[in-house]
Design a protein. Structure first.
Length: 637
């Protein structure tokens, strides 16, 4: 049996075991939805659906709409031999909480037939296999042996095993639950001791060896991946050891490395840690699955060495920090930028910048920059601050500053700073609704006719708005001739348009540095207040998206942009206006798959994103915008 056309959801897919597993499944023709904190490997682009980020944030709808038949839970966090104090919280969020969250969703997913949870031999009582003196033979751990997790990771594994045992009481008729307990894993691109030693040796560094007499059941990641898949397809219930059943001494590993690197130096260090001597009893694996791991440790080490030698070392610049200008009270936007930055590095700082020292954005960002006004006279001061704070990306958020940043964009780029704004001509076109209408007409795009004179507009009813700035401010909709003329007297620069009856839609798009339309999200403006969508919901229309992509490609935009359109009774597109920045309700587009800030930050770090997949969520998503209070205890706000 293979997994051809089987739908499989995998957590922790970009890890050492997950990478091997996904490659195997793709070769078999499986349909995959996978997730990881790490970015999607380039070799998987457009071959699967990838959730990049913390799976604690994945929703039931995202999993359920995929309709997986199998759920393989690999995602976990580990530390090396000794867990640090800071691991307390990391273990809870990425092991305990994550496992509970994912199974809370999976248990309600009717399509799931098989659940496989990657547990660990660390849950067994260490008194069974840790000794004061070195052993000649390992203790063979059986599935029925006593359990007493020896660290936080083992505790988290056992905790979820018990949760799954509880769920099995209620869900055994819906899906099987398999729990392989994995032994001492090693593999390509790993932090395991064997991989770390190989990398150190290749850099002519001395390796440190503790307790060379220790005996471990080393299992290669490719074998682990295959073993888990064998267990998944067998739909065996309960706990099963996943090891080789052929433990080896640490000294054996050193000697194998010596055969490949005769001249490396090893320092054998005295230690008071116990001597481990553990090995999996694989009787159940043989009898129930009819399979045992194939790789010897010699084979595995050889593959890892070849992998390390073939790796292309890419010189990457350290990710820089981010400035959000005119941040004011745009809290959702700030949170979205911070979330995007964490996908790249935890070390990136997001600065909220504003000329108002009391802007509440300072309480939601990593740091605050009390900015001078964005004027020509203040350029040197702003640039100096940006350099001192290692800013490599700037996100303008206010119409009134867009032209300032656009005019300065090229000079900032020469200083290693990318600004998410189009060129000055495009910005001018978007800010001036009359100019935008004229430009669209020249490009033969279906724009609503605009004029400074109402006599030029042939219509039974009219729209009157300001020529510059937010089009929804002080607007008059569907008014007759005299009312339109009277309303215009109250505006600074009145602009007249015919009233088009239809469905008003916002279109969010991201355009790359190479002018590629990365993705388009369409959403209904369900309830609008003061020009902003208070309630907005997405919809998917492939034909409409193709037409909009063609339109957007002609407007010479860059970064995130918003098109406002009206679909009339004949299902025709009528372009109202274009905003060349991220909008107030555009955070819904990020949730729908348009990862604008992440893509922009990658481009700011010289990454080519053109081949990265855009994975749109085709199901309807609704966003409701509302104020929210922040309560802070104490005085250290």
């Amino acid at each position: 049996m293979t997994f051809n056309q089987k739908k499989i959801f995998i957590s922790g897919a970009a890890g050492v075991i997950g990478t091997e597993m996904v490659d195997i499944l793709l070769s078999q023709g499986a349909i995959l939805f996978v997730g990881d904190l790490k970015p999607c490997p380039e070799k998987w682009y457009n071959k699967l659906t990838y959730f990049h980020g913390d799976l604690n944030n994945i929703s039931f709808e995202e999993i359920n709409s995929f309709e997986p038949e199998y759920f393989i839970h690999l995602a976990a966090t580990f530390e090396r031999s000794t867990e640090t104090y800071d691991f307390w919280q990391e273990n809870f969020r990425n092991n305990v909480q994550l496992s509970n969250h994912l199974m809370s969703l999976i248990k309600e997913t009717k399509s799931v037939l098989s659940v496989v949870y990657a547990s660990s031999y660390l849950i067994y009582d260490p008194k069974l296999y840790n000794f004061e003196v070195s052993q000649q033979e390992p203790y063979q751990l059986k599935e029925t042996d006593n359990i007493y997790p020896r660290n936080l990771t083992g505790m988290a594994k056992l905790s979820h095993e018990i949760e799954l045992r509880f769920l099995d009481l209620f869900k055994k008729n819906q899906f099987t639950i398999s729990i392989p307990r994995i032994y001492r894993g090693y593999g390509k691109n790993s932090r395991d001791i064997i991989s770390r030693w190989i990398r150190s040796i290749m850099k002519n560094e001395e390796i440190s060896v503790y307790r060379q007499e220790g005996i471990f059941d080393y299992i290669y990641a490719k074998d682990t991946a295959n073993g888990i898949l064998k267990i998944a397809e067998s739909k065996i219930s309960g706990i099963i050891n996943l090891g080789t059943g052929k433990a080896r001494k640490v000294s054996d590993v050193v000697n194998i490395l010596k055969s490949h690197f005769p001249n490396f130096n090893a320092k054998f260090i005295e230690s008071d840690i116990p001597y481990e001597a553990s090995q999996a009893d694989v009787s159940l694996l043989k009898n129930k699955i009819g399979w045992i791991p194939e790789f010897t440790i010699e084979d595995g080490i050889k593959e890892i060495i070849e992998f390390e030698k073939s790796r292309i070392t890419k010189i990457k610049t350290t990710p820089g920090n981010i400035l959000i200008s005119s941040s004011s009270k745009k809290i959702s936007l700030i949170k979205s930028v911070i979330k995007a930055s964490k996908k790249i590095s935890d070390n990136i700082k997001v600065f909220a910048g504003d000329s108002n020292i009391n802007a509440i954005s300072k309480y939601f960002s990593d740091d605050f920059y009390h900015m001078p006004q964005t004027t020509e006279n203040n350029k040197n001061e702003i640039l100096k601050w940006c350099k001192n704070n290692f800013i490599t990306a700037i996100i303008p958020t206010r119409d009134g500053e867009l032209l300032f940043w656009a005019n300065w964009k090229e000079e900032l780029f020469q200083n290693g700073i990318l600004v998410m704004v189009p060129n000055p001509e495009t910005v001018k076109n978007c800010l001036d609704k009359l100019l935008f209408s004229s430009k669209c007409t020249q490009l033969n795009l279906p724009v609503i006719n605009s004029s400074l004179s109402i006599q030029d507009i042939k219509s039974s009813s009219y729209v009157v708005k300001e020529r510059y700035g937010a089009g929804s401010q002080s607007i008059a909709l569907n008014v007759e001739l005299n009312s339109a003329i009277n309303h215009a007297k109250n505006l600074d620069s009145p602009l007249f348009q015919p009233y088009i009856k239809g469905r008003e839609i916002s279109v969010d798009a991201y355009i790359t540095l190479s002018s590629k339309i990365k993705g388009v999200i369409t959403r209904n403006r369900t309830i609008v207040e003061n020009g902003e969508s208070v309630i907005t919901d997405t919809f998917f229309d492939e034909d409409l998206t193709l037409k909009l992509t063609s339109i957007i490609s002609k407007l010479n935009l860059y970064g995130h942009a918003i098109l406002q359109i009206i679909i009339d009774s004949n299902n025709n597109i009528n372009i109202v206006e274009c905003n060349s920045r991220f909008g107030g309700a555009s955070t819904l587009s990020i949730e729908s798959g348009l990862d604008s800030f992440y893509w922009f930050l990658l481009e700011a770090n010289s990454e080519d994103i053109d081949k990265m997949p855009f994975q749109i969520k085709k199901q309807k998503l609704t966003q409701i915008r509302f104020p929210q209070d922040l309560i802070v205890y104490g005085s250290n706000i």
